[in-house]
Design a protein. Structure first.
Lengths: 241, 682
C-alpha cells in the first residue's frame, strides 16, 4: 500500500515537472504555389555549429513563375541543423527567410525547403550548405586575407576584386571540375611556389615564405571543402597479400 | 492459509536447518559477488568497443587498426591540468585518419586540430565530464557535474582559456572580445583576464558635462527613449525608459550641464552666397566618410564606423556647437578621436550648412517638453544613479559607480545553482548567457541591464568570448597561457608629438604598437619614404591605393607644421636595421633586368601599376612614382621580407635573391613619375 502511495506521488511529481509544450500553431496558408526556388543563401560555408553569414531565402512561385504570398514553407535538415524560424508563410514578394545554423560535424549539409501545392502535394527544394572544421575555417581566413582578392571575381565596395585586371584568369575555389583533378601535392606546390611551379602563369605568386606549411595545408583543406562538385578523397590503397 | 503462515513455510524451506541456511547464504553471497563483474561486463563502453571491433574488421586496414586497438578503459591523464579523460574508451577512432569516411559516433576520427590529444586531452576544449564512463554522464549535465559538452558553435571559447590575444583560427572569439570592449560591456561588468590585466573598453561615450551646449533637451529625450531610432548604428543600448523617465533624465542632464568656452570664429564671417553642392563636395574631399557613415537613399550605410553616424545630425547638434566643434573638436571633448582639421571659416559654414540639412523632421515631431520642475530633476538624478549612466558617461555631480554589474571574470564556470533562469529556457550556461545578451529584460521586471541591438552572429560571438572566462583559465599553470600583446602607451615627444595628438594621427595610424588599423603603420615611415614626397603628401594627400574607400584627409597644415612633422618622422621613425640613405646601383642594364623580373618572372603588374597606360592591378599601391616616394634601401629590404617590414601586409614574400631584389629596386627607383614639388624653404 505504502509503495503504491509513493509510486503515485512520484507519478504526480513527474507529471508536474514535465511541462507540456504547446505544439507550434499550425500554419494557415493563404496561398499555394507550384514551385519553390532558391532566392539566395545556398552553398555558404560557415564554421561547425555556427550561423551562416547570410540567411537562406526561398521563393514560392505559381505556375506563371511569380511569387505567391502566404504559402507555407517548412525547412528540414539533418541532425544538428537549426532554422530560425523552421517554418512560416511567404511574404508579399513570395519569399520566406530563415537563418540557418549548421550541425557540429564538418561536412556538407543538405537542407530541404518544402511547400504544399493546392492539392496537398509536397514541392521540395534541396540546398547544400558547408560546415567547416577548425582546419578548413583557418583556410577560409587565409583565403579572405590573401587569395579571394584575385580568385573571387565578385566585387563589393569594401573589397574590390582584382580578377578583371589579370591576364590569366584564376580559378574560383569552388570550381571542382578543375581543382578536384589536382592532387594535394599539386595544390600545395602551386600555393608554395607560385604558378610557374606547375607551368602556369607567374601572376600566381608564391606564398611558401609567407604562409607556414600547416597554413598552406589549411588552405588546401578549405579548397577541398568548398569545391563543387564535392571532392572525393582518393582513399587509401593497400597492397594485397 | 494466512500470509504469515505462507512466509513461515518459505522460511522453513530455506532456513529450516543449519545445512539449508548455509546453502542459501552461500548462493546469496555468490550472487552478490557476481554483481560487480556482471555490471562491468555489461557496461556501455564494452558495447562500444565490441561495435568498434566489428566496424574495423570489415575494412582493408583492419590489421593495423586491430593492432592499435587496446581493450579496456582508456585514460588520458595530465595531472598539471587536472585532466583525467576517459573519452577515448569509446571514441576509439579519434586518432585513426583511415576512418575518415566513418560518420558514426563514437568512432569518427578527430578532424585536424592545432593541439595533440595527449597534450590537452578532451575536456579542456569540449568540456563535459572526462572521468565518466557512461554516455549520459560524460556528455550531459548531471547532478554531480554541471558542465555538459560545449555546443560546437561556442567551441572557440575553449581556445580563449589559454590564448588571451587574437588568434587566426578563432574569428568568432576575436569578434566577441572586440565587441565586449567596443560596446562598453566592460564599463559596467569588470573582466579580469587570467594574466592579471583588466579588459578595457574601446568605445567612446561622450562626456555629458556640457551637453546642453551641444544639443536640445528634446533630442536628448528622443535619444534616451530609443537611441537606435536616431541612428541604427548607435552603440548606446535601449534602457526601455518610459516617457516620464526620459523627460526627467533629460531635465536632470540639462540642469547639470555647465557651460564652457568654445572656439569662436577666427576670421570674419564668410560671404552668404554659397554653391549648394560645395558643402557636399567639401564633406567628400575632407574624407569625413572614412570615419562617419550616412544612410543613403536606398537605406544602406555608407562610410566608416570610427565616428558616430551622421544621417540625422541636423536634428541633434546645435549649429553654433557644430561650428565650434569643426573649428576644434578637442575644445569640447579632449578625448575625441576626431582630428583638428584646420578649416577656414568659409569651410566651417559650408559644412555646418551641409550637415544641418541632414535632419529628420519625424524624430522630434511629437516631443513637447514643458519646463522642468525640481521634482523631475530630482527623479532624473535618481534614475541616472540607479541605471549607472555614469559608468560610461561623465556627468557632473554623479560619481562613476564601482562594480556596478556582476564581475564576469569567471562567468564561463558559473554554477547553475547561482543562475536564475527565465521561464521555459534550457538550463545550461551557454543558453543562459546567450539569452541574457539577446534579451536581458526577459529575466524579469526591474532588471537594469539594457537591450542591445546585436545581430545573431554578434550574440554568438559575445557568448563565446564570455564562455572563455572559466575557472580553468584562471587557475591553470601560467606556462600554458599565451598572453595578448601588451598595450602600448607610446607617445611621440615634443612639438611634433603635440601636433600628432592635435591631428589625432593615432585614430587611424599605428606607431610602435599604439593606434588604429585603418591606415598604414608608420613605425618605420622615416626609413621608407623620401622627404620631399612626405612634405608634398601632407600638403595634399593623394591616394596610393585606388581600390580603397578610406583615405587620408587634408588637414590644411601650414608649412611650418608640415616641416615639424616631417623632421620628426624622418629622424625618429627609422629602422635601425639598415641605412636609409644607402645609395643603390642603377645602371640601365640593371633597370632593364628589373623590368623583366617585374613583368615576367614575378608578374608584379597583376597587383601593382608601374605604367599607368598599360598595367591594371590595383590591390597594391600604385608604383608609377615609387622612385620619388620610397628610398632604395627600404625598397630592397621590403622586397626581401615584406612581413618583417610591415607586419600583416598582403605582399607575399617571394624569397628573392639579393641579385633579383637589387635589379627590381633599380627598376622601381627608375619610376619617377611626374616631378614632385620640392619642399619650400623652411
Amino acid at each position: 500500500m505504502r509503495r503504491l502511495t509513493i509510486f503515485a506521488a512520484l507519478l504526480f511529481l513527474a507529471a508536474g515537472c514535465s511541462r507540456s509544450r504547446p505544439a507550434a500553431p499550425a500554419l494557415q496558408p493563404t496561398g499555394w504555389g507550384t514551385a519553390i526556388t532558391e532566392a539566395s543563401g545556398g552553398k555558404q560555408a560557415a564554421g561547425v555549429g555556427m550561423l551562416l553569414d547570410q540567411p537562406v531565402v526561398v521563393q514560392v512561385n505559381d505556375a506563371q513563375g511569380s511569387g505567391v504570398t502566404g504559402a507555407a514553407v517548412t525547412m528540414q535538415g539533418p541532425a544538428g541543423v537549426r532554422f530560425d524560424p523552421a517554418s512560416g508563410l511567404t511574404d508579399s514578394s513570395g519569399q520566406f527567410t530563415t537563418s540557418v545554423s549548421l550541425g557540429g560535424v564538418a561536412g556538407r549539409y543538405q537542407i530541404t525547403a518544402w511547400t504544399a501545392d493546392k492539392s496537398g502535394k509536397r514541392v521540395e527544394l534541396k540546398l547544400e550548405e558547408i560546415a567547416l572544421g577548425y582546419q578548413e575555417g583557418l583556410g577560409q581566413q587565409f583565403n579572405r586575407q590573401y587569395c579571394s582578392r584575385c580568385h573571387d571575381p565578385e566585387s563589393t565596395p569594401e573589397r574590390v576584386s582584382n580578377y578583371d585586371n589579370l591576364t590569366t584568369k584564376p580559378h574560383a575555389f569552388t570550381e571542382g571540375d578543375t581543382l578536384n583533378k589536382m592532387s594535394e601535392a599539386d595544390l600545395t606546390a602551386i600555393i608554395s611556389h607560385g604558378g610557374p611551379a606547375l607551368g602556369k602563369s607567374p601572376e600566381m605568386p608564391s606564398f611558401g615564405y609567407t604562409l607556414s606549411k600547416s597554413e598552406i595545408q589549411a588552405l588546401v583543406a578549405y579548397v577541398r571543402a568548398v569545391s563543387d562538385p564535392p571532392y572525393q578523397t582518393a582513399g587509401v590503397v593497400y597492397a594485397q597479400k | 492459509m494466512g500470509l504469515r503462515q505462507k512466509i513461515g513455510s518459505v522460511c522453513r524451506i530455506f532456513f529450516g536447518d543449519p545445512a539449508r541456511t548455509f546453502g542459501t547464504m552461500s548462493v546469496v553471497l555468490l550472487v552478490m559477488l557476481a554483481i560487480a563483474p556482471a555490471k562491468d561486463y555489461f557496461s556501455e563502453w564494452r558495447g562500444y568497443q565490441k561495435q568498434y571491433l566489428k566496424l574495423i574488421r570489415g575494412r582493408a586496414e583492419a590489421v593495423t587498426l586491430e593492432r592499435r586497438f587496446e581493450p579496456g578503459l582508456q585514460q588520458i591523464w595530465i595531472p598539471e591540468q587536472g585532466v583525467t579523460d576517459r573519452c577515448t574508451t569509446c571514441h576509439l577512432g579519434l586518432r585513426e585518419a583511415s576512418l575518415a569516411n566513418v560518420s558514426r559516433q563514437p568512432f569518427r576520427p578527430h578532424p585536424p586540430m592545432p593541439h595533440r590529444l595527449t597534450e590537452f586531452g578532451c575536456v579542456v576544449c569540449h568540456r563535459g565530464q572526462g572521468g565518466a564512463t557512461t554516455v549520459e554522464e560524460a556528455h550531459s549535465s548531471t547532478l554531480a557535474w554541471e558542465q555538459p559538452i560545449l555546443p560546437a558553435k561556442y567551441l572557440q571559447a575553449s581556445c580563449g582559456q589559454c590564448h588571451l590575444g587574437a588568434l587566426a583560427g578563432t574569428p568568432q572569439l576575436n569578434l566577441g572580445r572586440k565587441l565586449l570592449a567596443r560596446y562598453g560591456c566592460v564599463r559596467c561588468h569588470s573582466v579580469h583576464a587570467p594574466d592579471g590585466t583588466t579588459m578595457q573598453a574601446t568605445d567612446d561615450p561622450p562626456s555629458l558635462a556640457h551637453i546642453a551646449q551641444k544639443t536640445t533637451r528634446e533630442w536628448m529625450y528622443a535619444w534616451i527613449k530609443n537611441p537606435q531610432a536616431y541612428a541604427s548604428t548607435a552603440t548606446m543600448p535601449n534602457f526601455g525608459f518610459s516617457d516620464a523617465d526620459a523627460r526627467d533624465i533629460s531635465a536632470f542632464l540639462v540642469a547639470q550641464s555647465t557651460a564652457i568656452n568654445l572656439p569662436a570664429p577666427t576670421q570674419a564671417a564668410p560671404a552668404a552666397k554659397q554653391d549648394p553642392q560645395a558643402g557636399a563636395s567639401l564633406y567628400g574631399e575632407s574624407f569625413c566618410a572614412s570615419c562617419h557613415a550616412v544612410q543613403n537613399a536606398a537605406g544602406a550605410l555608407v562610410g566608416g564606423d570610427l565616428g558616430p553616424e551622421l544621417t540625422r545630425i541636423g536634428s541633434k547638434a546645435k549649429p553654433e556647437w557644430l561650428e565650434a566643434w569643426l573649428r576644434d573638436p578637442a575644445a569640447y571633448d579632449p578625448d575625441t578621436k576626431m582630428p583638428h582639421y584646420r578649416f577656414s571659416e568659409a569651410q566651417v559654414a559650408l559644412l555646418v550648412n551641409f550637415l544641418g540639412a541632414k535632419s529628420d523632421s519625424d524624430l522630434l515631431a511629437n516631443v513637447h517638453l514643458d519646463a522642468a520642475t525640481s521634482q523631475q530633476i530630482a527623479h532624473g538624478k535618481q534614475l541616472v544613479t540607479e541605471y549607472g549612466c555614469a559608468s560610461c558617461h561623465e556627468i557632473d555631480g554623479i560619481k562613476k559607480p564601482e562594480n556596478f554589474a556582476p564581475d564576469l571574470s569567471r562567468v564561463g564556470s558559473r554554477s547553475l545553482a547561482q543562475l536564475v533562469f527565465a521561464e521555459g529556457m534550457p538550463h545550461t550556461l551557454p543558453d543562459y548567457i546567450a539569452a541574457k545578451i539577446r534579451n536581458p529584460r526577459a529575466f524579469g521586471p526591474g532588471l537594469k541591464m539594457p537591450q542591445f541591438s546585436f545581430t545573431p552572429q554578434q550574440q554568438d560571438a559575445l557568448t563565446t568570448a564570455l564562455l572563455a572566462l572559466t575557472d580553468r583559465a584562471q587557475t591553470q599553470p601560467a606556462s600554458l597561457r599565451v598572453p595578448a600583446l601588451a598595450e602600448s602607451h607610446y607617445r611621440p615627444a615634443g612639438k611634433a608629438g603635440h601636433l600628432m595628438d592635435d591631428l589625432r594621427c593615432f585614430s587611424c595610424h599605428a606607431i610602435n604598437g599604439r593606434g588604429g588599423d585603418m591606415a598604414p603603420d608608420l613605425s618605420w615611415e622615416g626609413s621608407a619614404v623620401q622627404r620631399p614626397w612626405l612634405v608634398d603628401f601632407l600638403k595634399n594627400p593623394n591616394t596610393l591605393r585606388p581600390a580603397l574607400i578610406r583615405r587620408m584627409p587634408r588637414f590644411n597644415l601650414t608649412d611650418a607644421e608640415i616641416a615639424t612633422l616631417t623632421d620628426y618622422m624622418m629622424t625618429v621613425y627609422q629602422d635601425p636595421a639598415f641605412n636609409r640613405d644607402a645609395a643603390a646601383d642603377s645602371t640601365p642594364a640593371l633597370v632593364e633586368q628589373g623590368r623583366q623580373l617585374f613583368y615576367s618572372k614575378f608578374a608584379c603588374q597583376s597587383c601593382h601599376i608601374a605604367d599607368p597606360q598599360k598595367d591594371k592591378g590595383y590591390i597594391g599601391p600604385t608604383l608609377a612614382q615609387v622612385g620619388s616616394r620610397l628610398t632604395p634601401a627600404w625598397v630592397f629590404h621590403y622586397l626581401k621580407d615584406p612581413q618583417g617590414m610591415r607586419p600583416g601586409t598582403l605582399e607575399p614574400n617571394q624569397n628573392l635573391s639579393d641579385a633579383d631584389a637589387r635589379a627590381l629596386t633599380a627598376f622601381l627607383m627608375s619610376l619617377k613619375g611626374k616631378p614632385v614639388q620640392e619642399a619650400k624653404k623652411r
